[in-house]
Design a protein around this ligand. Structure first.
Ligand code: ADP
Ligand code: MG
Length: 140
């Protein structure tokens, strides 16, 4: 078991419905520590760069429009196996397939407006954390 950091984003459908605290409670109850957090309005350029791996997907334009539509909360979560643990807490991308008690099962509105982002591997996590946070902004 190793301590890891992962990037989490509370997405616009959730910030709009005032669910930041409810979602953070899920992370903390599962033993993940929020070691950095900032609420921002993403620029189109920042959102396109962040989701560059999906640029050719048919939903890319819709995804970027959604992510810049309202504020998001960018976070670094830290804990034992944080990358996989966060993916488990989040649940499947499509809330219709998400397990009981997951964030997406309980809060997501649709496959697109699915309340949270979480890095999908240690490699992605390192890239995504550094995309949004300077080392000095993270206090573990
Ligand atoms: P995850 O966020 O679970 O890692 P993906 O990396 O596959 O999922 O997709 C990134 C995001 O793009 C999803 O969280 C969701 O907001 C959006 N998305 C994925 N698939 C679709 C789809 N079929 N239609 C609309 N939006 C989608
Ligand atoms: Mg993904």
């Amino acid at each position: 078991m190793t301590t890891q950091r992962t990037l989490s984003i509370i997405k616009p459908d959730a910030t709009r419905r005032n669910l930041t605290g409810a979602i953070n409670q899920r992370f903390e109850e599962a033993g993940l520590r929020i070691v950095a957090q900032k609420r921002v309005n993403l620029s189109r350029t920042a959102a396109e760069g962040f989701y560059a791996e999906h640029a050719e997907r048919p939903f890319f334009g819709e995804l970027v429009d959604f992510m810049i539509s309202e504020p998001v909360v960018l976070q670094v979560l830290e804990g034992e196996n944080a990358v996989l643990k966060n993916r488990e807490i989040m649940g499947e991308t499509n809330p219709a397939n998400a397990g009981e008690g997951t964030i997406r099962k309980d809060f997501a509105l649709s496959i697109g407006e699915n309340s949270v982002h979480g890095s999908d591997s240690e490699e992605s996590a390192a890239r995504e954390v550094s995309y949004f946070f300077a080392g000095t902004e993270i206090a573990g």
